[in-house]
Design a protein. Structure first.
Length: 458
């Protein structure tokens, strides 16, 4: 029999206590953290939806694997196991281990980029853009138009805008395009998936212009779920086979295994090019470690090898997407404006629509993130003009295309009752939304300002 209730496909064998704080306590704690959720202590958070990166609960098989981790400096058994797993999944010739995804990005885009070079993506995420710009290259986004409209529904809002991609290449000159990056799922675009059809079109453009195609594969298993369930051609494929077909379209990938690797630390860079790999290996040795560990312990390599297999299990993926959908659908029913349809790893609140009285230069997303913590101890992440806004020539704000707040769901961590609590907190947010105040930045760094900036309610 098919039952309506989709249960967590696991049993809980260990628990971690949550400290329940009062609203008065949280008001003081938020002021101490300068109204920046990243600067809060984790112990002062009740439900932590800041990120799904490195926050997963590992399985008993992963923990068992950690007990046999080979910590040899060179040629460890755990490295060979991880390398074999990644080569089987991606099909790429070379694998370089890194301590997390942004290290892989820094190495790859540092070696490919430089002054005058351009990278094009469906949407660059914050660390990707920062690593590209840090190398003095330029990052250009080519999202679809419907992907910029939170309330509009489309099965693949994370797609690359092919016509804009082609026109950008022709306008800027193909010799200046260092690489094209396809992020699956599209994190900055609301966690929306990319279709196989779109990935094939991007691949054809790259081959025509002889430009390398790199996949940001952080959430490729979740993207495979949407392809299987939304593209008829792939209904009979396994999730892993769908991922393999997408990897086959590209020249390489970066991956933070802290997402769909279901681990707390680790990542990798995989490539086909011998020449580029050699260049990246030199950077790896200088900055991360030897080529067979790259900043990852043998224990973590064992966990990654297992996690990259568990993430494609049908029961796991059905539960993963269903739990995110559950939250999104109930928020929608109470009138909370969200990015539709619900993505894979997170629910994205349209803060600009929720707090329509707060102008974008008073950062409605950051205001909502602060209010979620004040009302319920929920920590979320602003994905809007704090993260992606820029300063114009006269110091004015050039806002992001959307003002979102991301509720990222850690893998295998929270139960339905935790999610129901989040829904109740939003009921309070909705009651008082017209009274919400804007927020201003009082201190900010040059790069990635959302991590360490100080804020104050206006």
């Amino acid at each position: 029999m098919n039952y309506k209730t989709i249960i967590e496909p696991f049993r809980i064998k260990m628990v971690e206590a949550i400290r329940m704080t009062s609203e008065d306590e949280r008001e003081k704690l938020l002021k101490k953290a300068k109204h920046n959720l990243f600067l809060l202590k984790a112990e002062d958070v009740i439900i932590d939806l800041l990120t799904d990166s490195g926050t997963a609960a590992m399985s008993s098989q992963q923990w068992a694997g950690m007990m046999i981790g080979d910590e040899s400096y060179a040629g460890a058994k755990s490295w060979k196991k991880m390398e074999t797993t990644i080569k089987d999944l991606t099909g790429y010739k070379h694998v370089l281990p890194t301590h997390q995804g942004r290290a892989a990005e820094r190495i790859l885009y540092g070696c490919m980029g430089g002054k005058g070079k351009i990278f094009i993506s469906n949407t660059h995420f914050d660390t990707t853009r920062a690593n590209i710009e840090f190398s003095n290259a330029e990052a250009i986004d080519c999202p679809t138009e419907i992907g910029k409209k939170p309330s509009s529904k489309h099965p693949f809002k994370g797609n690359m805008n092919i016509s804009k991609l082609i026109s950008t290449i022709n306008k800027r000159g193909k010799e200046n395009i260092a690489g094209i990056i396809l992020t699956v799922t599209n994190n900055s675009g609301g966690g929306q998936p990319v279709s196989m059809k779109n990935a094939k079109e991007v691949s054809r453009v790259c081959k025509k212009y002889n430009i390398p195609l790199i996949i940001d594969a952080c959430r490729i298993a979740e993207n495979a779920y949407f392809i299987k369930n939304r593209e008829k051609e792939y209904q009979s494929y396994t999730y892993k086979k769908i991922a393999q077909k997408m990897f086959d379209l590209a020249d390489g990938c970066t991956m933070s295994a802290k997402k769909d690797g279901i681990v707390n630390m680790g990542g990798f860079l995989a490539l086909n090019s011998d020449k580029l790999t050699e260049k990246c290996r030199n950077e790896l040795i200088i900055t991360e470690g030897f080529i067979t560990y790259g900043g990852i312990s043998g224990r973590d390599m064992e966990a990654i090898s297992t996690g990259l297999q568990e993430v494609f299990e049908p029961d796991y993926l059905q539960y993963r997407i269903a739990s995110t959908t559950y939250l999104g659908e109930r928020l929608t029913k109470m009138g909370v404006p969200i990015m539709l349809p619900v993505g894979g790893h997170a629910v994205y609140i349209d803060a600009k629509a929720l707090y329509s009285h707060i102008p974008v230069d008073q950062f409605p997303g950051q205001s909502l993130a602060c209010n979620l913590y004040l009302k319920g101890g929920i920590r979320a992440s602003e994905i809007g003009s704090v993260m992606f806004g820029k300063k114009g020539p006269k110091g004015e704000l050039i806002p992001a295309s959307m003002e979102l707040v991301r509720l990222a769901i850690p893998r295998r961590v929270y139960t339905q009752s935790h999610v129901d609590y989040v829904i109740e907190v939003f009921q309070e947010i909705m009651k008082n939304r017209k009274k919400a105040k804007g927020i201003k930045i009082v201190k900010e760094p040059k790069f990635l300002r959302h991590f360490t900036s100080h804020f104050k309610f206006i």
